[in-house]
Design a protein around this ligand. Sequence first.
Ligand code: WTA
Length: 652
Amino acid sequence: MSEEEQNGQGSGVETYNPPEDFAKNANIQDPEIWQKANEDREGFWESWAEELHWFQKWDQVCNWDPPFVQWFVGGKTNPAYNCLDYQIEQGRGDKTALLWIGDEEGDRQTYTYNELLAEVNKCANMLKSFGIEKGSTVSIYLPMIPELPIAMLACSRIGAIHSVVFSAFQPAQLAERINDVEAPVLITADESPRGGKKTPLKEYSEAALEDAPSVQNVIVVRRTGEDVPWDDDRDHYWDELMDQQSDECPAEELDAEDPWFVLYSSGSTGKPKGIQHNVGGLQVQLKATFMWVCDHKEDDIWWCTADIGWITGHSYLVYAPLLCGGTTLQFEGTPTYPDNDRWFQIIENEGVTGLYAAPTAIRAFQQAGADETIRDHDLSSLRILGSVGEPINPDAWRWYYENIGQERCAIVDTWWQTETGAIMSSNLPGINEMVPGSTTYPFPGIEFGLYDSEEQQFLECPASGELIIPKPWPSQLRTLWQDPDRYKDEYFSDVDEQTYYVEDGATCDETGAYTITGRIDDVLNVSGHRLSTVEIENALQGTEGVAEAAVIGRSHDTKGEEPVGFVIIQEGYEWSEDMEQDLIDHVAEEAGSISKPARVFAVDDLPKTNSGKIMRRILENISEGEELGDTSTLADPSIAETIQEQTQQQMQ
Ligand code: WTA
């Protein structure tokens, strides 16, 4: 009998039982937990809030004034206190909080909870010396080094709002993000070594600061020690300042609804959205999901492979593991440097128990035939594997389960977004059967629904439609940074003011299990990274000789999707391979190498509706080599065939 038949329910859906040992010891084993939580949702979340430290208890659990929500109203708390002091009070002072592995083999550093607290306090005092206080903003542009979580926790400690900018972003992207929060301080590093290569972060910062006048002080971490451009009045070395600071700094008693951080994410327009999370509710949902979905245990070594520049790194590399008193592993390097067994070496050497990764990495291993490499390593410490960031195709799921999990680990497929702050849906690993490709059930206390916007109606399961979240949840984004109108418009206008519109397609079955099918807006998901087609289009349109551009995602074996551009070139320009390469390079410079189009095709026109909206679906069909599909809504249906012919010629 095959594994599938052994595990399957006979319904035609492939399912796997949770590993027996795992289920017996899981933190949550009660199959009625969904029902219980739904009977008293506020009481359910309140009981999780009680697991954290509060300087003052809340007066009200939830205040829902659609589309704005507040949780634990009147409560006073501090995330850094919960992540550090509160853990030390519970006897974890000498336990390793942060385990850092550098790009080069042998580069390794650990911080106990006591040590991390001392560094965070020094950093908080350093920030205060520049006038940073509760409500100030701080932009952070750092590689994956310990100073990044230290700086985030230091901001949290004094109530300053951090805005972390992904270190692979380019100067223009950094400038845009600094300007939006008007940060007076930027924390960066001389260089960022990754995969044996170095990115000149200080040089990039210099370029960004030409267009970001709010920054008065730059704190520079010496990562490689390389000489970098320097302004004596503005720039300071991190180590020189830290040496002068006291390692004591009281944690600010923050209101549950004080802002915690802003993180930019792509939407369907060119302007990134400054997603704002506040301190109370997000901590609570991080704690709950890390205990029940990630099944945190005291002796775990948890490795979230995401970069801290994205929400997954914020929530499940830095904050959730520390809120639960865990040991979190931060890796600076890449899976293939110096060799393609680097991840497996780390798992073996460090005894990693939980791995939280994106499907794109799994598919890359699968394609590279890493099952061979894995056999040379002892991965028996692993007990739970997580997937996040994009739909995992069943084939990659099985590969993950069989090769990395060696058929004894639980797999959790976790669906959430920058906006949701914390995991919203996943199988609970000690209870639910695992269904490859499906995130199964919303977390207890969370409700999902489906909507059909064409018919303007809510759908009952089983159905297929657009995912919605009908009730507020604790870790919900509170607003877009200083733009409540856009918040309302982006998330609470497609259905009504009370219903959060996700922009993902989904199906649900008769048991209420959900499978997410992907984005339905103009957002690409490249290797688990959210990119806006419009941002890439703007980069193309900013290149000499380009009159108009459209960008779509074409399916790709490991990345999930890759950007492909279509351009109309200005008169007087001659299309050539060199010009195509110039455009590709220009996008990489403007928007970062992950945004780089795989191909750019020159066409005479773009497929538009009467109202001028580009019908990307037609371009998608063309780039996938499929039939054109319905072209009747185009202003000029014949243009689709012309574009198809022109594209096919250039593909050859
Ligand atoms: C997609 C990342 C299917 C989805 C945490 C969502 C997923 C977007 C999954 C958010 C999953 C994330 N299965 N799709 N397990 N996880 N997505 O903001 O389209 O970078 O809307 O947050 O990723 O991406 P974001």
